[in-house]
Design a protein around this ligand. Structure first.
Ligand SMILES: Nc1nc2c(ncn2[C@@H]2O[C@H](COP(=O)(O)OP(=O)(O)OP(=O)(O)O)[C@@H](O)[C@H]2O)c(=O)[nH]1
Ligand SMILES: O=C([O-])CC(=O)C(=O)O
Ligand SMILES: [Mn+2]
Length: 653
């Protein structure tokens, strides 16, 4: 904080002390403020220095104050003191519960109607519809992104939802960087929100700092991120669990041309932490197309073999399909080391030497809690034992956390309060944690975080891996024949639905490139963009496909997964080094029998690698009609060629 407090700041600070609740501000106070703020905004600035903000940021805030009508503006600086102050208020309100068992950890329970991303209410707004979505076949409902016209967005958001949406609440201004502050591949955003949970989570997930104002300079570009829970005072809807929201009216709109996001009605992660999916994937994928790089739903890891040779891998799996787990893998093979650079999003760009370099734009992990335990992911368990916000998990009587998968880690008969607030113990009906419950913790405290994780230049990617939950037919690992074939494999990605979005049941859904919910522009153009990256002077990463989720006839996983996935990474690294351990099949290069290190495991090669012809005949037929129906004439020729070649190979199986 500045040593010299300007007279204006002094007044503001005094005001803050005098009126912890702004309800009792007099109109005289208000007039004083308006005068002091040069008439730019009509509400008090409760924290931070208005005059230190760049002019375009002041204008942006002032416009949204006029629209949303908050009672005051709180400019965040990202400091620990600020977080402590906000945390204390939230604990007093009952929105956060301190978890006494750990250091600086809190539990938050949402309104049970606000627990996941809402894909059906998520839109991309462009003038031209087909910039956003492909030309689907007649009568087909497109699933690769939803378009909204600027007129409809204006009506739905600016006219209908946002006017007065922050009445009686404070508007927080969060300056943040995706990627290291000031880094060449990094981008800046400024989120406005009326929810303090979002402030605390954003400062874990992104780099929130006053330094952002210096990075921006006088009129620097930033992504406008405007968020409201849609619960102005006086309240229209009963607040449950102290978690105000407006589930019936949730709408999340992206304006890629204006580099702007407006999100309404939900406080839940992917809907409200706008730096994450909205900015770092939807808006960034569009910026990336314009600028010739990639913004992907991918983890980044470094894997070092016993000889000390390190490779970097980026992997795209749909939500809740194992990115965090792979990124933090504890190898079951001696001598191997995995280090994590990111668990959800990668921004990648070819450098002058023709190498694809990746950075993790995020600063924290927003990980799926259920299934995480000391056996499956000890690294994540260690990472989230301090400075963490847990959302919708269960709580033990001694102030610890509990979720499905932790049964062996608590004393038997421990009393547990479920995410719904009910009393419960292991063995009782129902679940302690919501299946999409999450931990939100700083990446810096991950015990295996890579020392280059904040290197602004990123790390050189040797292999790209696609995968999903495929209970049937799909082998543990195979390799694409070349870049084009790899892009086709990505386009054909499918997975069983998970709890990360609003879908019900165990249907297999297409999730091309693991980006279906996160596409910022026409998926056909996106595939073309991927294809165009392939240039002779570049070292194209090899592309692989993995499946940890195949089931046998008894419904058991045929692969132990987790730490044993190192065996698959080993095979991938050896392929990157050009070892002759692959044999062509109809769907790609399969491991030569015995070339995967299965020492000490009791697994069946056949169950993991068989290619049932009937399954693949149906699969390619289904994939082909999916791409025709959903991408139509926007499907690049190179991709339809690859599908045709794959179909022919399968026919000859
Ligand atoms: N059987 C099996 N399950 C796994 C494996 N890896 C992860 N899982 C389970 O899959 C679930 C989701 O895993 P995550 O690693 O959190 O998924 P994610 O892709 O990071 O999810 P998002 O954060 O939603 O993008 C957890 O319940 C894990 O226990 C594996 O190798 N085998
Ligand atoms: O966006 C979220 O809420 C969490 C997440 O990582 C995903 O769903 O892929
Ligand atoms: Mn994700």
């Amino acid at each position: 904080m500045n040593e010299i407090i300007s007279p204006k700041m002094e007044t503001v600070n005094n005001m803050r002390n005098r009126h912890d609740s702004l309800a009792d501000l007099t109109s005289r106070d208000m007039e004083d403020f308006m005068e002091e703020m040069g008439g730019e905004i009509s509400v008090p600035v409760l924290n931070g220095d208005w005059d230190a903000l760049p002019a375009n940021v002041r204008k942006y805030i002032a416009e949204n104050v006029r629209l949303c009508r908050p009672k005051g503006v709180f400019i965040c600086d990202g400091s620990d003191e600020e977080a402590e102050e906000i945390t204390e208020k939230m604990v007093n309100r009952g929105l956060l519960t301190k978890l006494d068992k750990y250091e600086n950890c809190y539990l938050c329970r949402t309104d049970p109607a606000d627990v996941a991303r809402v894909e059906g209410r998520t839109f991309i707004v462009t003038k031209e519809k087909f910039e956003t979505v492909p030309h689907v076949q007649e009568g087909v409902k497109g699933i690769l992104g939803q378009w909204m016209s600027p007129e409809d967005a204006e009506r739905e958001m600016v006219q209908d939802r946002f006017p007065g949406c922050m009445k009686g609440r404070v508007m927080y201004v969060i300056p943040f960087s995706m990627g290291p502050v000031g880094g060449a591949l990094s981008k800046v955003g400024v989120q406005l929100t009326d929810f303090n949970y979002v402030v605390l989570s954003m400062r874990i997930m992104t780099r929130v700092s006053s330094k952002i104002w210096d990075v921006l300079g006088e009129n620097g570009e930033f992504v406008q991120c405007i968020h409201s829970i849609g619960a102005p005072r006086p309240l229209q809807r009963k607040v449950i669990n102290h978690w105000p929201c407006n589930p019936e009216r949730i709408m999340i709109t992206h304006f890629p041309d204006q580099r702007k996001i407006m999100s309404y009605g939900s406080g839940y992660g992917g809907n409200s932490l706008l730096g994450k999916k909205c900015f770092a994937l939807r808006i960034a994928s569009r910026i990336a197309k314009d600028e010739g790089w990639l913004a992907e739903h991918m983890l980044i890891l470094g894997v070092t073999n016993p000889q000390g040779e390190e490779k970097f891998i980026a992997a795209a799996f749909p939500s809740a399909c194992g990115k965090t787990n792979l990124a933090m893998l504890t190898p079951s093979l001696p001598g191997w080391k995995v280090r994590c650079l990111g668990d959800d999003i990668a921004w990648m760009r070819f450098d002058d030497e023709g190498r694809l370099r990746a950075i993790n734009p995020e600063a924290g992990f927003f990980g799926v809690a259920p299934g995480t335990n000391k056996k499956t992911n000890p690294v994540a368990m260690e990472t989230c034992m301090k400075n963490t916000i847990f959302t919708n998990v269960g709580m033990t009587a001694d102030g610890g956390v509990f979720w499905e998968g932790m049964e062996k880690e608590i004393e038997r008969e421990q009393k547990i309060t479920t995410w719904l607030g009910d009393q419960w113990k292991v063995g009782d009906k129902g679940k302690a944690a919501h299946p999409n419950s999450r931990f939100c913790c700083p990446a810096s405290q991950c015990p295996i975080i890579h020392d280059k994780w904040e290197d602004p230049a990123g790390v050189p990617i040797d292999a790209i891996v696609f995968g999903g939950r495929r209970p049937e037919g799909v082998p543990l690992v195979f390799e694409a024949f070349d870049w084009e074939h790899g892009v086709m494999l990505g386009a054909a990605l499918k997975s069983e639905a998970t709890a990360a979005a609003e879908f019900k049941g165990k249907q297999i859904m297409h999730d091309p490139m693991a980006m279906r919910p996160f596409m910022g522009y026409n998926f056909g153009d996106y595939l073309q963009h991927w294809s165009d990256l392939n240039k002779p002077e570049r070292q194209m990463p090899k592309i692989f496909h993995v499946n940890w989720f195949r089931l046998n006839d008894n419904g058991k996983f045929v692969w132990p997964g987790f730490g044993d996935n190192i065996r698959v990474l080993d095979w991938i690294c050896r392929r990157v080094n050009g070892e002759d351990i692959a044999v062509p099949s109809a769907i790609g290069q399969l491991p030569v029998e015995g070339s995967l290190n299965l020492k000490g495991l009791n697994v069946s090669w056949e169950e993991n690698f068989s290619l049932p012809k009937k399954y693949w005949v149906e699969d390619i037929e289904e994939t082909k009609s999916f791409l025709q129906a959903q991408v139509g004439c926007d499907l690049p020729l190179t991709i339809s060629d690859e599908v045709a070649k794959q179909e022919e190979r399968i026919r000859l199986m």
